[in-house]
Design a protein around this ligand. Sequence first.
Ligand SMILES: *Cc1c(COP(=O)(O)O)cnc(C)c1O
Length: 233
Amino acid sequence: MTDDGIKSKIQIVRSRIAEAAARSGRRPSEIRLMAVTKTVEENRIRQALEAGIDLCGENYIQESRIKIESIGHPPQWHMIGHLQTNKAKYAVRLFDMVESVDRFELAVELDRRAGGAGRVLPILIEVNSGGELTKSGIPPEEAIDLIRRIAPLEHLAISGLMTMPPWFDDPEEARPFFSALRTLRDRIAAEEFDRVAMTELSMGMTDDFEVAVEEGATIVRVGRGIFGERTGR
Ligand SMILES: *Cc1c(COP(=O)(O)O)cnc(C)c1O
């Protein structure tokens, strides 16, 4: 297998996570590195797995289905892209967690399908922290209400929040969005909803994951920083 630098890129990302954790008084073990594998071919994903990656993120059901059925589990696979309600059954079949739940209707269908499969599906609530019309996610001020409604669904386990803030040249400008998500997480945790654990904060990508770690991320989602620039979408 040709070495196109995936292993060394992963090592670099991991050491930058460790440094950012140290700066903010956290242990590196509190942060999971997700390799975002959208558009990445299977043999390059396998190189990442050989280099120790145990968590992958995919955005599209059709694309992920081929890869996940071929590669299998481990790694863990998280759905991080916009999910149409009519694809919920595939998401339940393929993924260990759905990070992109942003509406009650989708939660109801995921719950129904997870029940049919005899499992409890861990989910994150996706928050549209920048209020951008082009992005999915629930507005921050509506997140508590959505969680209150989803919490009773027995085949879902709300485990935290996910966000993708606006893109900035300077990653420092993303900091207020990350700290706002942490504050929102703490407010929701204080409500002590039954069956809701606010343990995960999935935030930070290639250009801003260090800032996200400093602000409390427990999952950082890195694509280009591991696999290089994507061609296409
Ligand atoms: C593509 C994607 C990422 C990874 O982005 P990079 O800039 O390649 O690190 C993370 N999260 C989501 C939701 C994505 O769609």
